[in-house]
Design a protein around this ligand. Structure first.
Ligand code: NAD
Length: 479
């Protein structure tokens, strides 16, 4: 799976840099591919090509853009089987989950944006003005590794449908599926420069995009640390910034809640994707009276989460995505033990040095007796680690839920009226009540240090539009 070129101006071209980045399969630690380690000169070429393409693309009709993007979708969807295998290999996710969360899900988003935008009113008439929504220009899209295609779709599809042109920098850890996407753009005959792909590291390609004066907006998904750095650089030239960042999301279990539902919800949220989900409900805030019952059930139900080879259909939990993740998650488990939390599921992973040739596997982990000031309750671990935090009153539970720097997602399980009321008090961009069904058109994003802006739905489309007010009615004669 070697891709030795990047995609600029409708062509596969060599990077200015001869350096390559190796892509590792985290289950086998074999190198499965290489992509160019692009640099600032590549970014410059890509941005200039996107800038040149903007004028014509932004003047196409919505119908024309829909026809073009639908062709891309068709070419991309036809590669579904290849993509599933790729996500198992580059991300280490179990094959069933890779299919559902990393291929079918992103394709559904792509398809849905095309449908959703069809009736979007780009112009609105006020009493004395017309308000127009117009494309912004060249959008720099920087994406993480944990949902490699999902995060890409949330940016490039609405950005292009609204008439912008794009330079995409996928994560250096999972760039292969983005290469397949670029192939689909090429096969669909998308006009040169509308979509460009530069692979490489954040410090080179990401920074160059954020700083480039001809990039009008940076849409970034990644860590809060990365988002802060990129945001600062982007503001040098007052770019629009959209940031989708980290989380430390709470699940409040109310008195008289369905405990089985609560445990099922927290486990799937924290163990699927090996816990590497920004919105994972990693803090389970539980009534003191139900503590023992919940601990027993979580121990029991965790046993179903079999860890192992992601190519096997029965595997539920694959490896962590990289050595860096393995070291980070191991460190947090060690910190949890040192802080005095009690490990009731899982174990301290073997030291990295003792891993030998093994993949980056850690067992699903649950700590109880966690206090909300502890590091394991405050910081994003980004692995399959749940913290149980006991509370006395519902007011305490809400206070604990909100007492973190993040505000991405949240959940409440309990009697419906009270659960709905508590949902309004949780300071996060989404709240699930009794494991409520998802809506693909609902916006997603964060309060506080979880980000700026929203992706998904109409709000996710509007992120990529400038707003212009036109006053074109004759004025009554001025006195
Ligand atoms: P990361 O911040 O390390 O990297 C994200 C992307 O930004 C990568 O492409 C990287 O190369 C680039 N990058 C990093 N630092 C940069 C810099 N200083 N300048 C320019 N580019 C830079 O994050 P990650 O480890 O790839 O992803 C995991 C993080 O992403 C977690 O914190 C997770 O919560 C978050 N995330 C958030 C959402 C969301 O929608 N809120 C979704 C997925 C992941």
């Amino acid at each position: 799976m070697n891709y030795n070129q990047i995609y600029i101006g409708g062509e596969w071209v060599y990077s200015d840099s001869p350096a390559m980045i190796e892509v590792e399969n985290p289950a086998t630690r074999q190198i499965i591919g290489k992509v160019p380690a692009g640099n600032a000169k590549d970014v410059d070429r890509a941005v200039l090509s996107a800038k040149a393409a903007f004028e014509a693309w932004s003047e196409t009709t919505l119908e024309e853009r829909i026809v073009t993007l639908r062709k891309v979708y068709d070419h991309f969807a036809a590669k579904k089987e290849q993509l599933i295998q790729m996500e198992v290999a580059e991300l280490g996710q179990p094959i069933r989950w890779a299919e559902r969360a990393h291929v079918i899900g992103p394709l559904a988003r792509f398809d849905n944006y095309i449908k959703l935008i069809q009736d979007y009113p780009f112009e609105e008439k006020l009493k004395h003005a017309t308000v127009r929504r117009e494309p912004i220009g060249v959008i720099g899209c920087i994406t993480p590794w944990n949902y490699p295609l999902g995060q890409v779709m949330q940016k490039i599809v609405p950005a292009l449908l609204t008439g912008n042109t794009v330079v995409l920098k996928p994560s250096q850890m999972t760039p292969l599926s983005a290469m397949v996407l670029a192939e689909s753009f090429h096969e669909a005959g998308v006009p040169a420069g509308v979509f460009n792909l530069v692979t490489g590291r954040g410090a080179e390609v990401g920074n160059a995009l954020a700083l480039h004066p001809d990039v009008q907006m940076i849409s970034f998904t990644g860590s809060t640390t990365g988002g802060r750095e990129v945001g600062k650089l982007a503001l040098e030239t007052i770019k629009k910034i959209a940031l989708e960042l980290g989380g430390k999301s709470p699940l409040i279990v109310l008195p008289d809640a369905d405990i089985s539902l609560a445990v099922g919800t927290v486990i799937s949220s924290c163990f699927d994707n090996t816990g590497q989900t920004c919105a994972a409900l990693t803090r389970m805030i539980i009534p003191k009276a139900d503590k023992e019952k919940i601990e027993s059930l979580i121990i029991e139900r965790s046993k179903a989460y079999t860890v192992g080879d992601p190519t096997l259909v029965d595997t539920k939990v694959g490896p962590l995505a990289s050595a860096k993740q393995y070291k980070k998650v191991s460190k947090y488990i060690e910190i949890g033990i040192e802080e005095g939390a009690k490990l009731i599921v899982g174990e301290m992973p073997v030291p990295y040095e003792a891993l030998g040739d093994n993949g980056y596997y850690v067992k699903p982990t649950v700590f109880t007796d966690v206090e909300n000031h502890m590091k394991i309750a405050q910081e994003e671990i980004f692995g399959p680690v749940i913290s149980l935090i006991a509370y006395d009153t519902v007011e305490d539970a809400i206070r604990i839920a909100n007492d973190v720097p993040y505000g991405l997602s949240g959940a409440v399980i309990g009697p419906l009226d009270l659960a709905n009321e508590v949902a309004t008090k949780i300071k996060t961009g989404s709240v699930y009540v009794n494991d409520g069904k998802r809506d693909i058109n609902a916006p997603f994003g964060g309060y506080k240090q979880s980000g700026i802006g929203r992706e998904g739905g109409i709000q996710g489309i509007e992120e990529f539009l400038e707003i212009k007010s036109i006053f074109n009615e004759p004025q009554p004669e001025k006195l």
